[in-house]
Design a binder for this molecule. Structure first.
Ligand code: ZN
Ligand code: ZN
Length: 259
C-alpha cells in the first residue's frame, strides 16, 4: 500500500502540520492537515476517513474538506468513527454554528442528492472492512477515547497508534500481527516534560524507548514517529536520535512510503 504523510506533528506552524495520513489516495487516517496538503482534485478523490480520536489536530480538516468537495463528488464521503467521536464532532464542530452539518445538507453533485458526508459508527475495538482494506481498531491510552488503526491489505499491515501514553494492548496486538510492515507511533514532548506527557496521554523519547521494548516482532520493522510538538521539535528530534534505535525514522510532511 502507498502511504503518504500529509501532516505528522502535534500542532501547526509554517513548517509543521497536524496529523493526517493518506492510504492509496482514497483512505485518510485522521484529518488534521488534509486540506492544506492536497490539491482540491486530490481532496475530491478521498472516499473514506477513519478517525483515531476527536481531538482538533486530528479532525479539523474534515470541516474544510467537506466545503471543498460539496458539489464536486458524486457519492458521500464516508467517515468511520465511534459513537463518542461522532457525537463530539457533531456537537462541537459540525454543529451548524462553528461549521455546517455536512451530514444533512444535500450534495448538488450527487445524482441522488445524498449529503456530502456519511458517518459509519464502529464499536470500540471493532474491525471494519473498507474496500480492499481491513482495519482493526485497538484502544490505546489517551485523554479521550482513542484507537490505534491496524490497516491491512493483501501486501501486509501497518499500525498507526493514534495519540497515546504508555499502553500494553497496542503492543500485544502488534506482536500478533505476522505481516507487520510498519509501526507508526507518537512522541510529543521532551524528556524533561514527562509529567506533562503523562497527564496528557503522550510520550517522550525515553518513554518511547520503554514502550518499544514491548514490540517483539520478527525481523526489523520500521518504527515511524509522528506528533512531535512544534515548540519542542528540535530538542525532541535530538533526544530521539540519542536513543540510537536503527528502526526509528521521524516522519516529515509529504513523505511517501510503499509498504
Ligand atoms: Zn494529536
Ligand atoms: Zn490527541
Amino acid at each position: 500500500m502507498r502511504f503518504r504523510v500529509l501532516g505528522c506533528h502535534g500542532g501547526e506552524s509554517a513548517t509543521h502540520r497536524a496529523s493526517s495520513f493518506l492510504i492509496d489516495d482514497v483512505v485518510l487516517l485522521d484529518a488534521g492537515s488534509a486540506t492544506r496538503s492536497l490539491t482540491v482534485q486530490e481532496q475530491i478523490a478521498i472516499d473514506h476517513i477513519v478517525i483515531s480520536h476527536v481531538h482538533l489536530d486530528h479532525v479539523r480538516d474534515i470541516a474544510l474538506l467537506c466545503d471543498n468537495i460539496i458539489g464536486a463528488r458524486k457519492q458521500p464521503l464516508q467517515v468511520h468513527c465511534t459513537d463518542f467521536t461522532a457525537d463530539a464532532l457533531f456537537k462541537h464542530i459540525l454543529n451548524n454554528v462553528i461549521w455546517p452539518d455536512f451530514s444533512k445538507i444535500p450534495n448538488p453533485g450527487d445524482p441522488e442528492k445524498r449529503p456530502t458526508l456519511q458517518v459509519n459508527r464502529f464499536k470500540p475495538g471493532a474491525t471494519i472492512e473498507i474496500g480492499p482494506y481491513q482495519i482493526k481498531t485497538v484502544l490505546v491510552n489517551h485523554t479521550v477515547e482513542t484507537h490505534a488503526l491496524f490497516v491491512r491489505d493483501k501486501t501486509g499491515t501497518i499500525v498507526y497508534s493514534g495519540d497515546t501514553g504508555p499502553t500494553d494492548l497496542l503492543y500485544e496486538e502488534a506482536n500478533k500481527t505476522e505481516d507487520l510492515r510498519a509501526f507508526i507511533t507518537e512522541v510529543s514532548f521532551p524528556n524533561a516534560m514527562e509529567g506533562l506527557a503523562k497527564v496528557s496521554g503522550h510520550l517522550t523519547p525515553l518513554m518511547l524507548q520503554t514502550e518499544l521494548k514491548k514490540l517483539k516482532v520478527k525481523g526489523q520493522v520500521p518504527v515511524l514517529i509522528y506528533h512531535l510538538k512544534p515548540a519542542f521539535y528540535d530538542v525532541v528530534k535530538q533526544q530521539i536520535a540519542d536513543l540510537k534505535d536503527s528502526r526509528i525514522t521521524i516522519l516529515k510532511p509529504m513523505d511517501e512510503f510503499t509498504f
